[in-house]
Design a protein around this ligand. Sequence first.
Ligand code: CP
Length: 305
Amino acid sequence: MKHLIDPMDLSVKEIDDILNLALDIIDNKEKYSNVCKGKKLATLFFEPSTRTRLSFEAAMMELGGNVLGFSSAASSSSSKGESVGDTVKIVSCYADIIAMRHFKEGAPMLASMKSDVPIINAGDGGHNHPTQTLTDLLTIKREKGRLSNLTIGLCGDLMFGRTVHSLIKALSRYEGIEFILISPDELKIPDYIRTEVIEKNNITYREVTSMEDVIGELDILYMTRVQRERFFNEADYIRLKDSYILDNSKLVTAKSDLSILHPLPRVNEIAVEVDDDPRACYFKQALNGKFVRMALIMTLLGLEA
Ligand code: CP
């Protein structure tokens, strides 16, 4: 039985297989419409979500399976004091696979030790979000035709943004990747990502504070929201929340084939006017999330069309 807790739980080959399966699902939806008949996915979301939870549920439905679960800690017995371990032990009696989001870093890892069915980390605190990474990789592959030889700007809250941490880990294994890390000094990438992932893999990178200075170099611009829910005080959030706002004027010097990604939700960091730019990929990215989660569910359940 395999779980997906951290993007490094998947080898490059396993990632490539999942992305290729997702591409086949996109082209042949009917072929996959009954693959999960009789199977159940439980979505255990202790933290809010729109895309991740609903795309997981849509993914299972489009594979012919069923879904159950809860969308907030308040509507589960964790509000009465039940532990994550006990919750998962119980839910694994009712479902064949579990997608879990939790505000505590490491909660899905703990759950995987107690579960009798595969656990998928759907986001744990400021730590990891491996299925967003699969979504991002599928989007880059579809937009660029490759996952190597890319200059990638990661912009915004690089300290608390779990999607950034997971994406850096996954991309660190591909050839010719260069990262430009764009953030205020207070929201720089955590030391363990810089030393244990980027520097350990001899990846070219630099840390800058200005998006305008580097936008013309980028193949991918990955914008992120400042993560209000992870701040210790509101004053710091208010001071930093609008550090970067991508609008049409800032795109003037960008490459014509730049791809703009954002895991969403956005707040102010991408002006709505950018949505009409052909380089804006973030809504396509959200749709890719459903297809890649279909491929992941099939893979972890060992199912084929
Ligand atoms: N990208 C993402 O995780 O979005 P949600 O929080 O809406 O699931």
